[in-house]
Design a protein around this ligand. Sequence first.
Ligand code: BG6
Length: 472
Amino acid sequence: MKDKIKYTFPDNFLIGTSTAAYQIEGAWNEDGKGENIWDKLTHTIPKAVTNEDNGDIACDSYHKYKEDVSLLKDIGFNIYRFSLNWTRILPDGDLSHINQKGIDYYHRLIDELLNNKIEPMVTLYHWDLPQKLQEIGGWLNPLLVNYFEDYVRLVFQLYGNKVKWWNTINEPLEIVHGYSEKRYAPYLDLDAMSVDYIAGHTLLKAHARAYHVYDKEFRHIQKGKLSLTLSGFFYSPMSDSQEDRDAAERANQFEFGWFGHPVYSKDGDYPPIMRELVDKRSKEEGRQRSRLPVFTKAEIEEIRGTSDYLTMNHYTSRLCTSGIDPTAKVRFQDANFISHIDENWPSCQAVWLKVVPWGFRDMFRWLKKEYDNQPVYITENGYCDEGEIIDVNRVNYLREYITEMLIAIYDYGCNIIGYNFWSLLDNFEWLNGYSYKFGIVHVDFNDPERKRTPKFSVKFIKNIIQDRIIPQ
Ligand code: BG6
């Protein structure tokens, strides 16, 4: 009996699935949509993406959204997280041109969800920046905060009566790599010593601006909730030594705390250890100013507490020791840690995704301690393979990860309110195109109709939604 309770979802716990516009919609230039940085990258830079794939058609969800919603309904999801494609609504990124056909599309999608009793959870920005805004520097330009403000205000006006769950920005930690590592659009490799931190600084301000627009102008009528979506590996010490434990703590502060601390901690601002270490290294490099930009007191206050719940995307973990690996990302060097993989951890199609279920539990415990146990919603978690319909490995991954999440709730008192599978459909996986498959529903990309076939994992998920229990 005790175990049964332990593997049962708490009352009111939300179970859903997530997608992102560029990864599934297609219709890249239909009905007045403007060009975004992923259109630009996939159309102009050969070999940036595996097999030179692009999202021009993707899962064709722009036309097949009703079929997607009927899949969601059939599986039994309470909630569906999807993102808005900024250039479908504002083709040039700013208010100079508002595209009614794009606006209508999202009304149709949201209405279809609500008519089927599925809550929409909307991500305002999942990586598809209007190309016109990239041409003025993208997130390296602080003016983007104003453009984001205009866009989100319009979105709240348009859809806020129907949408109660908002995510402002998906994974700033990943977005910044597009500026320094040629990983993701805009696919730049600018001076890696500082651009990540500069882009991150603008992203944090943009998130806070969106929050305040909502808070001041819309919340009293619309009564929704907003969050910034964090992401990251969880770092555990390689051994019990104090040195390794300190290294893991530093790693987690640079991984989650970089964007988490300014928004979700009581104090606001970057994590003190991050401030200290980047300032110190910058000095050693002979720089007059730290590579990590400084917030004014007013900015710290403006960003602090700008969330109603904490959204987190998590897939995998790493082990950690102290030290500087000169070949590693600058952030890792600043944080003075080296990341390791345990060779015994099962792998999957995506080399970075090792199966480490206990890391999920430990991450929740870390978040609880760090951010005062505020409500956490897992907006992405999932497994990647080559597209097997009988996806036994995915089911095992999900069973083990979700079990660890329930243990975090029951044994450690972590305040977790919802969980979304990544992803509903096999889709365009950024730099890996269609070679990586995360879907619980198979999509035939050779078929012009993009036939959808639920995988074995759908059966597993249907059962857990129905019984609200994880079969062990
Ligand atoms: C998350 C993103 O980081 O990881 C998703 O929010 C993405 O959009 C998922 O699809 C898998 O990552 P990748 O790099 O394998 O496509």
